[in-house]
Design a protein around this ligand. Sequence first.
Ligand code: FAD
Length: 339
Amino acid sequence: MEQPLIRKNISLLRYNTFGVVVTAEYFATIHTSDDLYALKETGATAEHALLIIGKGSNILFTEDFHGLVLHNRIEGIRMIEKTGDEVILETGSGVEWDSFVGYCVEHRYYGTENLSLIPGTAGAAAVQNIGAYGVEAADIILSVTGIDLHTGEKKSFTNKACRFGYRHSLFKTPALRSFFITSVRFRLSLQPRLNLSYPQLVRETEHVSHPDILDVREAVMRVRRSKLPDPEQTGNAGSFFKNPLVSKEKWETLLADYPDMPWHALPGDRFKIPAAWLIEQCGWKGKQTGPCATWHRQPLVIVNLGHATGKEILDFSRAIQKSVYERFAVFLEPEVLIL
Ligand SMILES: Cc1cc2nc3c(=O)[nH]c(=O)nc-3n(C[C@H](O)[C@H](O)[C@H](O)COP(=O)(O)OP(=O)(O)OC[C@H]3O[C@@H](n4cnc5c(N)ncnc54)[C@H](O)[C@@H]3O)c2cc1C
């Protein structure tokens, strides 16, 4: 078994969408599961701190990475099963998420279309339980398979075992830190089932009498392009913070003080408050400090305007957190992985 080449002192500039200049002490590209077994045999996965990356679109590096970065390039989409009503597809975890969505839309496999244009890989979509416009990856993932880089054990997790939550999964917990997801299975519908629950999507498809899957994909892409910065042009990692979930008591107090506050009720008497609204109320929309700013159309997105360091972006994010906490007594938890 040929082992993948481990290179030293590699710039991660191309591997993080914030466009931060940092290096990895060691770096290897993974194309197959065999590459992982071969790496384990060399002892490298036990010797070094490990970081698995896809596109680096949800990571903020605040310093060089002292360890081994494993860059995931496991490709391939294959059909596992097709029945009357549904199809089961398996993707290599390094497949670019939006190419997978494009493939599903082209074949009229329903379920991924609302998640169009989210950067990153299929493997990370499971780690992060990506979501947009009323749909989450958890709604369509059947199972996740990978390899524990310390024991070499191959394991599969059913959807339930993945313990998906809001931008959360089992794969984010310390016990699974060295688990490299190699493939993900998705269950998609062959029946035309569209989710147009979001008012923005309704507006964008109004001109079509019977919107189909392609209309939805195109509507999502239009809305996203009008609201979000393109990481190819302006460094960013999408939403920097999660939308906070608050108790009923806290929600009542906030609403008494801010009757215009938007909110969304969740099971278990919890309420989701849009972080973007809280940030905007504190005067941060479009605000710039040195090379960092919030995006003028979406204050939840922090952008690197030039040569910001990870530390500068982190300090900027902390200043936002502080003002939101001081005004609303609500803590904004980062969605981005800060390293
Ligand atoms: C412009 C923009 C818009 C965005 N919009 C959205 C959105 O609408 N909704 C949303 O949910 N997110 C959004 N994001 C965030 C981001 O796209 C997702 O979190 C995406 O899933 C990250 O994929 P990635 O391959 O870049 O992961 P990375 O950033 O490389 O990694 C993210 C995490 O997953 C782990 N990981 C990656 N691959 C594997 C693997 N194979 N096995 C085990 N662990 C792994 C990493 O170690 C890390 O902890 C946006 C980001 C940007 C830049």
